[in-house]
Design a protein around this ligand. Structure first.
Ligand code: ATP
Length: 454
């Protein structure tokens, strides 16, 4: 069988991107105009998956803790914020241009980039390469606020959500009941004019970040840094990412950002190799001090007997990068009964659709009459889909490809004894359960731990 010979099983970025497009998760943006380099739109299932990722982050960061508050700050801040934070001066990547092929490369990525003339070589290795010296290229997108377009009206689209948190430190500490150690968590869009975007959602110019700034007494910062690295690794594995595909890597001194005294990356083994999934930085008191000095408003903690500028621990994760990680980790191909099957073994809590309700024969009105009310009951509590078109095998495969963990099938026996079939996406096992208890059973399953492939 030809089809099976080419069926290899392992995820690649191309396979994941193609599934995303085919099944309505992610489309290239402005597609009908030829797209816009490395920008994407999220379709129905992509929206649901991204929402689930964000809710799980919010659940673990805010809902299940009592030392955390939420924030949603503006995208365009007073431009002085970015001067004080060091971004106007220092948020840049060293870049190298090739005068021959006109391509631009990040100086620190030359060793992994492909030469424009001969892609099997790196830039600079081909006889015709003519590279410039590295030059700094600021990654912030500029815009103008108001009717005038002059230097005084320049503003920036935020390149990280963190600064919105720092400049609200006083508002938060004076209006909410918080006391170090405590955190402020925020999810929102960030923009970076990346020189070398690519690899689907891995590096894009417009992306959502989930960032949390945790304010602690300076003496406790190292301990909290270790704590947050562990918490964040557990979050990823708790949602099904294989522990064997995760590792923690501490930055070398020459890699540290201008604000950081220590950073560890949580790396994932993407199909393109080990790459940063999430950064956990110890930003020290850098940001609060910079903003205190530049704004004239002292940003410090004043307790009954103490007064200090807290240190800050920051876990920062891109929604799209987490999205890509979950998909790469969940993507699987296998051959069952001599037929290939592609599936997403997503953790049920992040799967876009939890359950599909399928009357065995779509034209059988007696079956449809039992299936529709069940579907309407289920969708009040979870994301559910009803499908009565096409052969049952085809409907199962479609659900497998979008990662739906459970399918409920209504057949002739349902009419006789009120039971339905529960099909498990991962094991393909089918069991008969009472139709009446289906909702309760699935809600219980969603609460249970789920074990990924190791
Ligand atoms: P890099 O060195 O790869 O450019 P960074 O270390 O500057 O990334 P951070 O500033 O630490 O990245 O950003 C925190 C998180 O935000 C990253 O771990 C990643 O998950 C996400 N992120 C950053 N830049 C991008 C991007 N261009 N596209 C998608 N996600 C991104």
């Amino acid at each position: 069988m030809d089809e099976l010979e080419h069926f290899e099983g392992a995820a690649t970025i191309e396979k994941v991107a193609s599934l995303c497009r085919r099944r309505g998760f992610v489309f290239p943006t402005s597609d009908i105009y030829g797209g816009l380099g490395s920008s994407f739109d999220f379709g129905h299932y992509g929206v649901l998956l991204a929402q689930n990722i964000k809710s799980e982050w919010q659940r673990s960061m805010i809902q299940e803790r009592d030392d955390m508050v939420a924030l949603d700050s503006a995208v365009i801040l007073n431009p002085q914020v970015w001067v004080a934070s060091g971004h106007v001066e220092g948020f840049s990547d060293p870049m190298v241009d090739c005068r021959t092929c006109k391509l631009r490369f990040r100086a620190d990525h030359i060793g992994t980039s492909a030469c424009g003339k001969k892609p099997s070589k790196h830039p600079g290795e081909h006889s015709e390469c003519d590279l410039t010296e590295p030059r700094h290229f600021n990654l912030m997108f500029e815009t103008h606020v108001g009717a005038l377009r002059d230097d005084a009206s320049v503003a920036y689209l935020r390149p990280e959500t963190a600064q919105g948190i720092f400049v609200n430190f006083k508002n938060v500490t004076s209006s909410l009941r918080v006391k170090p150690p405590f955190g402020i968590a925020q999810i929102g869009k960030s923009f970076r004019n990346e020189i070398t975007p690519g690899n689907f959602l891995f590096r894009v110019r417009e992306f959502e970040q989930m960032e949390m700034e945790f304010f602690v007494p300076p003496a406790d910062a190292d301990e909290w840094h270790r704590y947050w690295i562990e918490q964040r690794v557990n979050w990823h594995t708790g949602l099904g990412v294989r522990p064997s595909h995760l590792r923690v890597r501490a930055h070398e001194a020459d890699e540290l950002s201008h604000y950081s005294s220590a950073t560890s990356d949580i790396e994932y083994l993407f199909p393109i190799g080990w790459q940063e999934l999430e950064g956990v930085a110890n930003r020290g008191d850098y940001d609060l001090r910079q903003h205190s000095e530049a704004s004239g408003t002292t940003l410090e903690w004043i307790g009954h007997e103490e007064r200090y500028v807290p240190y800050v621990i920051e876990p920062a994760l891109g929604v799209g990068r987490a999205f890509l990680t979950f998909l790469c980790d969940a993507y699987d191909e296998e051959v069952v009964a001599e037929r290939p099957r592609t599936l997403l073994r997503l953790h049920p809590r992040i799967a876009p659709v939890k359950v599909a309700v399928l009357p065995l024969v779509g034209k059988d009105t007696a079956l449809v009459e039992r299936a529709r009310p069940l579907y309407e009951e289920l969708r009040r509590s979870m994301s559910a889909e009803y499908d009565d078109a096409a052969a049952i095998g085809k409907r199962y495969r479609r659900q497998d490809e979008i990662g739906t963990p459970w399918a409920l099938t209504i057949d002739e026996q349902t009419l006789a004894d009120g039971t339905i079939t529960l099909r498990d996406r991962d094991t393909l096992q089918q069991e008969r359960i009472p139709l009446d208890g289906a909702r309760r059973l699935l809600l219980d399953k969603l609460e249970q731990p789920w074990h990924p492939r190791l």
